[in-house]
Ligand binder design. Structure first.
Ligand code: S3P
Length: 417
């Protein structure tokens, strides 16, 4: 499926909402399946990734729909298909290890993604896995085992690994402590604590022990990673003024707001309190300038880097993304796919082992290039947004449905695409 985007005929103006946060949606479903009682969910993202998690908990024996999940003891099953979803696979590895046996599998992209980062700490807790000889990639069989708490000093900054270990720790004997090298999104800690898990912070560590979860009413805010596309659209199409309502503003996710502000975009925020902070974000573009994005900022905007690179394409000067080697093991090698897309549009960009450098062309002229998404939803959407300035035929866009099924209709609404 090719998405043809023409340069926006006018500034983008108006108000919009984006679908529910993907990370929080996965957790609402999965933790609901572990809880006593029925968890009610409002605003769940009904994208393919979350639907894979929903199908998995049903297969494991729970009654579940996009608006409710009733927890039940999990039963051993055959294959659970995680589709394209790293979050489904990694969180399930940890959740299953002390509770039920299953074989996790996924699509060609997910079968390439590294799982050793999850298998190693879980194996240290006593978990039993079988993968193809020599590999730590899907398909992987998990066998139910009695686990013991350990201390994990993580080397990779990953909320998925953290969540897998905490979910295993919730079903393990003794205390499990997880220490992160850099803070990553904390949706798991917030939701587990709200559902009554015995979890506390201790210095740099998160400590969890065995205990039940209680069902909860959960409202999922809009996904800032989806809102990011409209923030950048407003930033690059001159004269735009977009107001995005009900978007998640968890501080572990708001790096994009800091970076766009630094690049010269005018952002006004009306925050509202909640177990997960959210609010209204108004974005008005201006002259963009290049910047450097690295260190502790990276986990706060890891999924927004492709679309931030599109913003950088129209900035004065150079933008560098560093300390972001994780980009290479996402749904595609996002260093390679982002650089290839920018170059196809005539933008000067280079890959680095841990990131990329984009040399902006503020007055770039429309080229109408053909861009390959490599089956990666965020690459497809990032370059559709670039098309609002330069025109683009984005190929292989069915993947957008993994995280943002209504993206194309919102694009058409604001830019007549
Ligand atoms: C996610 C964490 C991030 C992110 C992914 C969703 C999560 O991955 O890229 O899209 O829901 O925990 P890592 O934790 O592996 O960096």
């Amino acid at each position: 499926m090719t998405l043809t985007v023409r340069p926006a005929p006018h500034p983008l103006r108006g108000r919009l909402r984006v679908p529910g946060d993907k990370s929080i949606s996965h957790r609402a479903v999965l933790f609901g399946a572990l809880a006593r009682g029925t968890t009610r969910i409002t605003g769940l993202l009904e994208g393919e990734d979350v639907l894979a998690t929903l199908a998995a908990v049903r297969a494991l024996g729970c009654d579940a729909s996009p608006t409710h999940v009733t927890g039940a003891p999990w039963r051993d099953v055959g294959v659970l298909d995680c589709g394209n979803s790293g979050t489904t696979a990694r969180l399930l590895l940890g959740a299953l290890a002390p509770r039920a046996g299953a074989t996790l599998d996924g699509d060609a992209s997910l079968r390439r993604r590294p799982m050793r980062r999850v298998l190693d700490p879980l194996t240290g807790m006593g978990a039993a896995f079988a993968a193809a000889p020599g590999g730590a990639t899907l398909p992987i069989r998990v066998e139910k085992r009695r686990l013991s708490g350990v201390t994990v000093n993580a080397t990779v900054a990953s909320a998925q690994v953290k969540s897998a270990v905490l979910l295993a720790g919730l079903g393990a004997e003794g205390e499990t402590t997880y220490v992160e090298p850099v803070a990553t999104r904390d949706h798991t800690e917030r939701l587990l604590a709200a559902m009554g898990a015995p979890l506390r912070r201790e210095g740099q560590g998160i400590v969890i022990s065995e205990g039940p979860l209680e069902a909860l009413a959960i409202t999922v805010p809009g996904d800032i990673s989806s809102a990011a596309f409209w923030m950048v659209a407003a930033a690059i199409v001159p004269g735009s003024d977009l107001v995005i309502e009900g978007v998640g503003l968890n501080p572990t996710r708001t790096g994009i707001l800091d970076v766009l502000t630094r690049m010269g975009v005018v952002i006004d925020i009306e925050p509202e309190a909640g177990p997960e902070p959210f609010g209204t974000v108004r974005v008005r573009g201006g002259g963009l300038r290049g910047t450097r994005i690295d260190g502790a900022l990276i986990p706060r905007l890891i999924d927004e880097i492709p679309v931030l690179a599109v913003a950088a394409a129209f900035a004065e000067g150079e933008t560098t993304f560093a300390d972001a080697a994780e980009l290479r093991v996402k749904e595609s090698d996002r260093v390679a796919t982002t650089v290839a897309g920018l170059r196809a549009l005539g933008i000067d960009a280079d890959g680095r082992p841990d990131g990329l450098v984009v040399r902006g062309t503020p007055n770039a002229t429309p080229t109408g290039a053909s861009i390959e998404s490599a089956g990666d939803h965020r690459i497809a959407m990032a370059f559709a947004i670039a098309g609002l300035r330069l025109g683009a035929d984005v190929r292989d866009t069915a993947c957008i449905a993994t995280s943002y099924p209504s993206f194309s209709s919102t694009l058409a609404r604001f830019a007549g695409a």
